[in-house]
Design a protein around this ligand. Structure first.
Ligand code: ARG
Length: 461
């Protein structure tokens, strides 16, 4: 008789678990989330045990029905989770045994919590990954639609956050599209490594029972089984990969968020965010703040931190399973939650933002953004590029002195700087002319943006 009859593993113990230890080691407060996958895994395992004759049909039916009832109870919020039972796995198993008796006690045959938790977490991560791929795709489709609408919208492009050359807003939006497309591909590629079944590895070495690993893998829609039992119970690369890809999505969203913060600031006013996606100030009545964009930028810190947590968690663990692994969950769950919420809100905010085209056009003619075009024009008139660069530098300096834009220079004035600057030179000083000639794959010309939009839609179909 165990001194602590609440424990499913109490048999070899003569003293009860210290209450502080119970508190310290319990994971049910966060791993309860795995219940749906835990139950699916248990049903698959039980069906397999039935298939190889370890469970009778009646026993399997009782387990199956019992687990379904527990699932319904949990979903209805009626299940009582207990810290004393440590984790989601033992909470459910104990409830099953209390409910159906003897048959419940047979469920854990040929299985360990080590392969059970690895299975649950892979299934959970796979589902999160599939949702993330869909979410990113939806966001990308919005960006494509917006880019198409803004293919001709002129805005300044920046390097060093100084105005560099005119670009089109459509081109800028398609840059965001490409960032997210790599993210989507990374998640998709990770799926093949995540979607393998550890079930059957048992504690670490496999089991003496003639289990059918393919059967459980098939039922759980895994692509195959993990080939080494030690690796199967100890590997958390899949969680790390998810966290790494999530961190990268968050870095991309943070950069987009940063741009929105700049674009909505008073100096820029390139876009208006819908009221519903901004917040006011408790003291300054005039304020409309881009808090959502800032929060996404801020939340990227969590995703980066979670990735670091998981890397450090794994780095010194000998094979096979160690309890350290229990610490993988909160970091992974937080990365899943953070990236899910952030993609959702950024998507909605961008879908509802209004570009301020006049403001962007005005800003594009400042900062001497077409200076390169003027130098390029001189090159077409047979002036060596270095000389052309120097001439245009002089023109810029004189514009600064007289507080003028390049666009405002008349034909005669231009000619005064260099004989080769004929009236055609005036055309290239217009941002519209500047973007139109950058007409090659990957260039900012409206024609190329339209082409990129078509190509991008094909990529997503
Ligand atoms: N709650 C544990 C975890 O998250 C389940 C596995 C426990 N295994 C063990 N040998 N104590 O990792």
């Amino acid at each position: 008789m165990s001194s602590d009859s609440t424990k499913l593993w109490g048999g070899r113990f003569t003293q009860p678990t210290d209450s502080g230890v119970e508190q310290f080691s319990a994971s049910v407060s966060f791993d309860w989330r795995l219940y749906r996958h835990d139950i699916a895994g248990s049903i698959a395992h039980a069906r397999m045990l039935n298939g190889i004759g370890i469970l009778s049909d009646a026993e399997f039916d009782a387990i199956h029905a019992g687990l379904k009832r527990i699932l319904a109870e949990i979903e209805a919020g009626e299940f009582e989770w207990s810290n004393q039972l440590e984790d989601v796995h033992m909470n459910i198993e104990k409830r099953l045994t209390d409910d159906i008796g003897e048959a419940g006690k047979k469920l854990h045959t040929a299985r360990s919590r080590n392969d059970q938790v690895a299975t649950d977490l892979r299934l959970y991560t796979r589902d999160a990954l599939d949702r993330m791929v869909d979410q990113l795709k939806a966001f990308q489709l919005t960006l494509i639609d917006l880019a198409e609408k803004e293919a001709d919208t002129i805005m300044p492009g920046y390097t060093h956050l100084q105005i560099a050359q005119p670009i089109t807003l459509g081109h800028h939006l398609m840059a965001w599209f490409e960032m997210l497309d790599r993210d989507r591909q990374r998640f998709r590629d990770a799926r093949a490594r995540i979607n393998l079944s550890p079930l059957g590895a048992a504690a670490l070495a496999g089991t003496s029972f003639p289990i059918d690993r393919e059967a459980t893998a098939d039922e759980l829609a895994f692509d195959g089984v993990m080939r080494n039992s030690l690796d199967a119970v100890s590997d958390r690369d899949f969680a790390l990969e998810f966290a790494a890809h999530a961190a990268l999505v968050m870095v991309h969203l943070a950069r987009i968020g940063e741009e929105l913060v700049l674009w909505t600031s008073d100096g820029w006013r390139f876009v208006n965010l819908a009221d519903g996606f901004t917040t006011g100030s408790s003291i300054m009545p005039q304020k409309k703040n881009p808090d959502v964009a800032e929060l996404v930028r801020g939340k990227s810190a969590r995703a980066i931190g979670n990735l670091n947590t998981l890397l450090v968690l794994m780095k010194a663990q000998p094979l096979a399973y160690n309890r350290d692994n229990q610490e993988d969950k909160e970091a992974l769950f937080d990365s899943i939650d953070t990236v899910t919420a952030s993609v959702t809100i950024m998507h909605a905010m961008i879908q509802n933002m209004q570009p301020n085209r006049e403001r962007m056009r005005e800003a594009a003619s400042g900062g001497f953004s077409t200076a390169t075009d003027l130098a390029d024009y001189l090159v077409t008139q047979n002036v060596p590029f270095r000389d052309a660069h120097a001439v245009v530098g002089e023109i810029v300096r004189s514009c600064i002195d007289s507080n003028r834009t390049l666009e405002s220079l008349g034909a005669a004035e231009l000619k005064g700087f260099h004989a080769a600057l004929d009236e055609k030179a005036q055309h290239v000083l217009k941002p519209e002319g500047s973007v139109a000639v950058r007409n090659h794959i990957g260039g900012t010309a409206p024609q190329q943006v339209r082409r990129a939009v078509i190509e991008a839609r094909q990529r997503l179909s």
